[in-house]
Design a protein around this ligand. Sequence first.
Ligand SMILES: [Fe+2]
Ligand SMILES: [Fe+2]
Length: 190
Amino acid sequence: MERTGLKPEEREAVKEWAGDERWVKREAWKADEAYMACVRDIMEHPVFLSMDGYYQHGRTTCREHCIRVSYLSYRLCRKYGWDYRSVARAALLHDLFLYDWHTHARETGDHFHGFTHPRVAMENAERYFQATEKERNMILCHMWPLTLIPPRYKEGYAIVWADKFCSLAEVGSGVREWFINNLRPALTGR
Ligand SMILES: [Fe+2]
Ligand SMILES: [Fe+2]
């Protein structure tokens, strides 16, 4: 977060937003016309919509996670005057691996989802959405530094950061929800 150049109050706003499940559920991004102009075709595509069939973190589906990462990367790149259209599109597609990673290893023998899914997502992005070379590179390198080759474009780092930030917030809100639904009643009886 420190390296993003955000002011302390902006950091707080981003933290609050990323942990707020309601933002995604009420489809608040649709109100941002400039953002929608960049991504509408992807948002309405059946392959993209099918990502709601797979959970990513906690109760956040892959589609919801990708929208979060996309919108945050987009806002960041707009703020810096970078290529916000490419980043919005690549981030929407960055986890387009199209399977349930929770059961993937058992079903396929691939125990390295963390390393292999960027390439699967990139190939799907090319196949279904004719992703550009720049978008493909951002998708392929989004797990950096876990996967060793860093992004070629500065916008790729916005996705790397937004993905990690949103993932932590999603896991955090899952833990919070679990506490409210399970642990608190057990401890307090309400
Ligand atoms: Fe990913
Ligand atoms: Fe992700």
